[in-house]
Structure formats: C-alpha cells, structure tokens
Ligand binder design. Structure first.
Ligand code: TNX
Length: 504
C-alpha cells in the first residue's frame, strides 16, 4: 500500500483495513456487505459512476470471465456493457502475488481494476463485483480497494442426486449459486441404494434398472455421458470442479438390483425406495465385483477431467473390518491407476491409505478415531461435520423438510466453528478444505435445495474462504441481511432465519 496508504491517512479519508479493524471488533469490511468476507478491504472516498455505457477490457485468456461480468452487469443494471480495448473496467492477469485463486480489486473514479494471477482469481473477483453493483441504471459502484485470498483450496458443496434425481438444469442452477459464494467444488453423490445416476459403458442395467427409482417411488433418472460432460463443462466455466462419487461397497442396492452377479447369492435385489441406510454391500472379493468396480472407476475417470474420484465408503454394516479395508485398498489401487486421487468418507481411515488420498470427516455423533487415523497416515481432510454443515438437517423443529439425526442446524451453527480446531489432533495443515453436503431423502425440487442451502451455504462459504480471526457471526449476519435482495433478483428460495436481521 506504501505511499497511497500514507497519503490517504494524511487526507483523513482512510477508513480502515478489514483485518486490522475486524480484529478489534467491527470493521470496514462490514460496511460493505460482502460474503464471504474478503481478507482485506479499504473504503475509498469516491466511486465509479455508471452513467456512460460500460466498456470492459480483458486479455484473451480472461474473455470467458469477462463474459460473466457482462451478464452480471446486465442483470444488475439492465444495461449491457461492451467488450473493448482500454475500457474503464479492466481485467488483468498481472498480479502473481494473488496466488492461485486470489484477486485485487480497486474501484475509484478512474474505473474498476480487477487483477489476479489466474482466470480463476478474476472469476472470484467478479463474484465480489456482483455484490458491489448497484441495482438499476444511473448509479455508481462505491469506491473500494479489496485484496482477497481464500483460506482453503477445497471449498465444496455436495448434492445427492441419488435419493432424488435432479436434472442437468437443476445442477447448473446449483453451480451458479455455489460459485456466487466462491465455492469451487461440487461433489455429486451419483449412486446410492435408491438410484444409480451415471451411465457406465458395458453396464446398461445400472441406469435402465438402477436409475429408474428414487425415494418415494418417483421415476428417478440418470445422466448419460453427454449430460455429465455438459455439467462438468458448465462447472469448469465457473471454476468449479466436479468430484464424482460412486458410493461403494455399501449404499449399493441400486447396483445389486441391476446385476445379479454383484450379489454373493447370485440373486438380484429388489429396488429400494425407502430411507434406511447400511443394509447393502457388494459381494466383495468376487471376480464379478472386481470387474464391476474396475469398469466403473475407469469409466468415471475417463469422463472426469478433474483430479478427484470419490468412492464413498460410508456406513457399511454387513462386512467384517478386514473385508471392508481390503475393498477400500483395492478401490484405491484402481483409482490411482487412472491417475486420480481417491476421496472417501471418514470410514476409509480404517484402511491403509496412500498419503494423497483424501478423507471426508462427517460423523459428529461418534468419536473421530477414523479421521485421526487418516491424518496419522499422512492424509488431508475435507471437513463436513454433520452438526455444522449438513444442509439436510432442519433449521429448527418447524422446518418443513430435512432430517435431525445430527441435531438442528441454524445459521449460527453453520458459521461459528473453526475447521482447524473441530477434531482433536487435526490442525490447519491437515485440512484441505470444507464441504457442505445436501442429502436429499426429503428434498425433491431445486426450490427445496435452495431453501435448505440459503442462508447456511453462504455461512459455510465464509468459513471456507475468510480468515478465522476476522470472522464474527453477528457481523456476518448483518452483512448477509442485504443478500436477500440478490436472492430475490435471482429468484432463490430461502429460509427467513430469525438469526439474520433482514431489512424488510
Ligand atoms: C449419513 S453422511 C449418510 C447418508 C445420509 C445422511 C443423511 C454419510 C457419509 N452417509 O447416507 O443420506 O446421513 O443426513
């Protein structure tokens, strides 16, 4: 900041810097209603007037990001900006100090300068700008300087498309909403007892039979390879990585109902449309199961450009400890053979893990032994503590949909925790990130998804992005209140939590 910092101090217009101010309670960042809270914010004395048609300049590598900004400005102001050289709004890739996903932003009377080291950083900066844009024509973007870097590399949401199926358009809508809050991972739970949702070459009945059911008896559905590629491409255009999960060896009734040979007794199971968990498992160790798992892992890896493949591994109640561990170790070998990193729910900590395998903490009712075991083996964690971030938990006793086995989860619960202190023996260096899962036993429509995700998903996004020492629930709640106007514009269904001081 150097000279300009001193100059502004002298002029008496420096209002503060978020981190410094927040550390003593209340800060400048809270006067602008940004969520997630940036790492540094300074209010500048004058903003950028939107009285002339806006011209946006961007290097060719950032043309797609500039396109997102064009749509955002049109959506907010009703006026479509132009792309051109030497615009007042300039995107540039000349800020190596911003790292893989950070950005620096200045808005002043000269215009808007957004710089980053990567297109991803620019995209997250565009999400910040969206929250700063005035609504309606003839207004200004207030003066501001933001310097922002994420705390965690994995900032995820999970959508269970197995218990109830969600169409490609619904998944795209969710990608829009999560990326607006700077989440960069969408984990898709693609198979479970009640449905198999991804076509696998050579195994047509997985979708023809296993894809035709869902909880409550609805028609189910599945993604063919083109549908899945469309989702992946849409996500990548928003710097969101799709992490596909095929849940193995339990949660497999849909597969067991599709192929007799996957059952130890050689008999197909009946399709299942109820809500119980833990009753199903592949016939582990058999040649047919090994061929099945090899084919599935290879097919999913071929369709997925990202580095991760999630093999589930949760809640297997019908196998011995040895059978379970041997299965996970074999699955890990198959995943690694495709060049991907294996991800699994915390139970995989009981198996012998490669150091680059990733373990997802979820069970807050049990002692976290498995998670600690995974860390002792050198692995990194994704933190999804159910009592904090399970979006399928009810907000309170009156919530129309949702479950409550991990307790009620209000917005404050989702916000007020530190991923680096939630499990004994697990520190910041062991944590790759945070993910907020949405299981869909009771969730049938995208409006249901939105109702459970808003406003808790923005709370988790701030846990994942913002510096821990700058976070306070009361100030978050005050900032978040104004987002109801954005959600109204985007037609987002949300819960009017009594913990947020909504403006109207
Ligand atoms: C536990 S979390 C499960 C899911 C359920 C969820 C409901 C996890 C790895 N397994 O199968 O859908 O609870 O909240």
């Amino acid at each position: 900041m150097g000279e300009s910092w001193l100059a502004r101090m002298a002029a008496g217009v420096l209002v503060g810097v978020a981190l410094a101010a927040c550390a003593v309670g209340g800060g400048v960042a809270d006067e602008v209603n940004l969520v997630p809270l940036p790492s540094e914010v300074e209010i500048l004395p004058a903003g950028f007037a939107l009285d002339e048609p806006m011209v946006i300049s961007a290097p060719p590598e950032a043309a797609a990001v500039a396109g997102h900004l064009v749509r955002a400005v049109l959506d907010a102001t009703g006026r479509r900006p132009e792309l051109g050289a030497a615009g007042a709004v300039r995107l540039s890739l000349d800020a190596p100090q911003a790292g893989a996903e950070g950005y620096d932003l200045v808005v002043d009377p000269d215009g808007v300068r957004l710089s980053a080291a990567t297109p991803a950083g620019l995209f997250w900066g565009v999400q910040t700008l969206r929250q700063l844009l005035p609504t309606g024509p003839g207004r200004q973007i207030d003066g501001i300087r933001v310097s922002d870097r994420p705390r965690f590399a994995w900032r995820g949401a999970m959508l269970d498309v197995a218990r109830h199926f969600f169409a490609v358009a619904d998944v795209k809508r969710y990608i829009d909403l999560i990326s607006a809050y700077k989440l960069n991972v969408l984990h898709l739970h693609l198979s479970d007892d009640q449905g198999w949702r991804l076509a696998i070459d050579g195994w047509p009945d997985l979708t023809a039979v296993g894809g035709s059911t869902e909880i409550g008896g609805g028609p189910g559905g599945f993604y063919d390879a083109d549908d899945y590629r469309e989702i992946v491409a849409y996500a990548r255009d928003r710097f969101v990585e799709i992490v596909p999960e095929i849940d193995l060896p339990g949660h497999t009734n849909a597969a067991l109902a599709s192929y007799a040979e996957l059952n130890c007794d050689g008999r197909r199971r009946e399709p299942y449309t109820g809500m119980k968990v833990g009753f199903s498992a592949l016939c582990v160790g058999s040649p047919a199961t090994d061929r099945f798992v090899s084919d599935v892992v290879a097919a999913v890896a071929r369709l997925t450009p990202g580095p991760y493949l999630h093999i589930g591994g949760d809640e297997v109640q019908t196998l011995s400890a040895q059978e379970y561990a041997a299965f996970v170790e074999r699955a890990q070998e198959l995943v690694r053979a495709t060049g991907k990193r294996m991800v699994g729910w915390q139970e995989i900590g009981k198996a012998k893990l490669a150091a680059d395998s990733i373990t997802q903490f979820w069970q807050t009712n049990d002692p976290p032994d498995e998670v600690q075991q995974a860390v002792r083996q050198g692995g990194k964690l994704v933190m999804s503590p159910a009592s904090r971030v399970y979006l399928d938990m009810k907000y309170d006793a009156d919530t129309r949909i949702g479950l409550d086995w991990a307790g009620f989860v209000e917005v404050r619960d989702a916000y007020e925790w530190d991923p680096a202190t939630v499990v004994q023996g697990v520190g910041e260096q062991d944590v790759l990130g945070v993910e907020t899962p949405l299981w869909t036993e009771t969730v049938e429509t995208i409006a249901d998804v939105e109702y459970l995700a808003f406003p808790r998903l923005p709370a988790v996004a701030e846990v994942a992005w913002s510096p821990q020492r700058a976070r306070s629930f009361d100030r978050f709640a005050a900032r978040l209140a104004s987002h109801a106007a954005l959600w109204k514009r985007w037609d987002v269904t949300y819960h009017r939590s009594p913990q947020i001081p909504w403006a109207d």
